[in-house]
Design a protein around this ligand. Structure first.
Ligand SMILES: C[S@@+](CC[C@H](N)C(=O)[O-])C[C@H]1O[C@@H](n2cnc3c(N)ncnc32)[C@H](O)[C@@H]1O
Length: 382
């Protein structure tokens, strides 16, 4: 298919990172960049779409806009989906999955609407080719997305496949790891410069450290994975090869990265993940309690995501922990800009340091803040 410069796309992202995503999209050559809640619409060529999938650290998915329609019933949705010439978009031998999300839809059953879209695709294929594609809910070749508003629907084909935060390096699971694209966004929001020390003292599986290393070295987040657009009939192989082969050389910087966690299991997981990502030699890891750990340099950027305390016992423990953390930061981290992502909004008060910034971010459905505390020796007590 030609590199028509006017294809329309929607890149989704964690809520709160739309502005960073819009900056990334513009830098990758996207046009008509328009922010919405949870993502950014843009236009561009297929090559731009491939570049966004390959290079964006913030996007969750890139959806190709097929068309919009008015609806009142499931049958209107069926008719809209049946009017698409699917066989020109992917081969009948590819397996499919339909995803549907809705805001203020009057329909009683979104599951039934999803089923009708699947039926429409299969019926249209059967009309045109005599056969229909199989459904594979777990590992589909092609994902069709439908977004329903009150009276308007939009159909998309997913160009990403597996969500883009799955970079391919995660080997070891820990409790409550951050999604990679949220971690990358957090590192960007700290304003970290690659020649500053960066320290995650509650590193869990090391997501923030891997993403920081990848960013500093200019390693494309998509270098170790495949994409949904490779299964579409629209694939422009030359354009895709240009994107993949035209990746920039690694930056020559050697960032000073430090990680620690109170749990040895977490340190081991971070080690495994950093090794799989190829960044283990860049990071000094140790087992340590954040309340006792020494600063690894005289100044730098601290970034961490403490446990949130959703259970009551945890909430009590955290209430005792925050003032001690404030004291530890003042005693040992003067000169550091310290950032914490948490859904526990008590933190800003209980740590007894004044936040210089509080950025609203969503970790999945959980509303969080990224607090920044600029620690100045002796002077920051409320
Ligand atoms: C929400 S998890 C961090 C997840 C991590 N950002 C990731 O993406 O994998 C919180 C981590 O804080 C660690 N932790 C809890 N209390 C700590 C303390 N006092 N000092 C250091 N680490 C601590 C836990 O062991 C856990 O790994």
């Amino acid at each position: 298919m030609s590199s028509n410069p006017s294809e329309s796309f929607f890149a989704s992202s964690p809520r709160g990172l739309e502005g960073l995503l819009a900056d990334e999209l513009r830098a990758l050559g996207a046009q008509d960049v328009t922010q919405a809640a949870g993502g950014v619409a843009f236009t561009g060529s297929w090559e731009t779409c491939y570049a966004v999938n390959f290079h964006s650290r913030i996007a969750s998915r890139v959806l190709w806009h097929l068309g919009s329609f008015d609806y009142a019933t499931e049958e209107d949705i069926y008719a809209a989906a049946r009017s698409v010439s699917w066989r020109h978009l992917f081969e009948v031998g590819k397996s499919i999955r339909v995803n549907l999300t809705a805001i203020r839809s009057p329909l009683k059953s979104l599951d039934f609407a999803t089923l009708r879209i699947k039926d429409a695709i299969c019926d249209r294929f059967r009309d045109d080719t005599g056969i229909r594609p199989d459904v594979d809910r777990l590992n589909p070749d092609v994902r069709v997305h439908c977004f329903l508003e009150q009276a308007k629907g939009t159909l998309y084909l997913d160009t990403s496949g597996e969500p883009l935060f799955k970079r391919g390096w995660r080997q070891a699971a820990v409790e409550a790891p951050l999604r990679e694209n949220l971690a990358a966004g957090i590192v960007r929001l700290t304003g970290w410069k690659f020649d500053e020390p960066l320290f995650d003292p509650m590193c869990g599986g090391g997501t923030l450290l891997v993403e920081a290393a990848a960013m500093a070295l200019n390693e494309p987040p998509g270098a170790g994975r495949g994409f949904g657009f490779e299964n579409l009939a629209t694939l422009d192989l030359k354009a895709w090869n240009r994107v993949r082969d035209g990746r920039p050389p690694r930056n020559k910087v050697r960032p000073a990265l430090f990680g620690s966690d109170i749990e040895q299991r977490a340190v081991d997981s971070a080690k495994k993940n950093l090794m799989a990502a190829g960044f283990f030699d860049l990071v000094k890891l140790q087992r340590a309690d954040i309340l006792k750990v020494e600063a690894p340099a005289s100044a730098g950027v601290m970034v961490a995501n403490p446990p949130y305390g959703e259970r009551l016992s945890d909430a009590d423990e955290l209430a005792a922990f925050y003032p001690q953390l404030g004291t530890a930061l003042k005693q040992r981290f003067a000169g550091w800009r310290c950032h914490f992502l948490t859904s526990d909004l008590r933190m800003a008060k209980m740590i007894r340091l004044s936040p210089s910034r509080r950025v609203p971010l969503f970790n999945g459905a959980l509303e969080c803040r990224l607090f920044e505390f600029v620690v100045v020796a002796g002077s920051n007590r409320k």
